[in-house]
Design a protein around this ligand. Structure first.
Ligand SMILES: CC(C)(COP(=O)(O)OP(=O)(O)OC[C@H]1O[C@@H](n2cnc3c(N)ncnc32)[C@H](O)[C@@H]1OP(=O)(O)O)[C@@H](O)C(=O)NCCC(=O)NCCS
Length: 169
């Protein structure tokens, strides 16, 4: 299978924050952002694998800054690393000022998707060749995050998590 570049799966969702999507402080509701990120990640995983791709795990979400009603929210998702059938999708969320156009980083998240066939059975995906410094950094750390996610899900034994152990030795 021919490897792909992260840029080939880049997916950008740009949308407004509407009143029905906010909390009591008139900021974007966390669950709404999770859903938007899931949608962007799903498209990104599909672009990389060219298969149906399902969410296997939400590995990390940081709601660092609130996003106010009326804001323009830009969600950028791309595959940071592909394993056998799973893909790590790294998501950056930006808040665009309507007047100046200036963008500030609001949040980020990491999702794991698995490519499947019509019966929901996992299928192999192309590998990733990271290009930029940031892509290489995210690629290098992805195996550690996969092991942590599997460990927390009870799908990996602690002694098998070699990348995690290496952090403490
Ligand atoms: C995701 C799913 C396809 C995995 O199926 P499975 O039978 O566990 O398959 P496997 O054990 O072969 O795992 C497939 C891949 O997913 C990875 N994986 C599974 N669970 C994971 C987790 N919690 N974190 C990270 N990776 C995970 C495995 O490591 C494996 O990766 P690899 O092939 O790249 O090495 C299956 O659990 C599923 O269909 N889940 C429901 C998905 C869904 O409906 N999502 C929407 C939420 S409502």
């Amino acid at each position: 299978m021919t490897p792909k570049y992260p840029s080939e799966s880049l997916t950008i969702l740009t949308d407004l924050v509407l009143p029905s999507e906010t909390n009591a402080l008139n900021n974007l509701f966390g669950g709404e952002l999770l859903a938007r990120m899931d949608r962007a990640a799903s498209i990104s995983a599909g672009r990389h694998s060219r298969h149906i791709s399902v969410t296997a795990s939400v590995n990390h979400v940081a709601f660092n800054k609130s996003i106010a009603l009326g804001s323009v929210v830009i969600i950028e998702a791309k595959v940071s690393r592909a394993f056998k059938t799973s893909m790590e999708i790294y998501i950056d969320v930006w808040n665009e000022d309507r007047e100046s156009g200036e963008r500030t980083k609001a949040n980020e998240a990491i999702y794991t998707f698995v490519a499947v066939d019509e019966n929901g059975k996992p299928v192999e995906v192309p590998q990733i060749i990271p290009q930029t410094k940031l892509e290489k950094h995210r690629y290098d750390d992805a195996l550690r995050r996969k092991q942590l996610s599997l460990l927390l899900a009870g799908k990996m034994k602690p002694e098998e998590a070699t990348e995690l152990k290496a952090l403490f030795v």
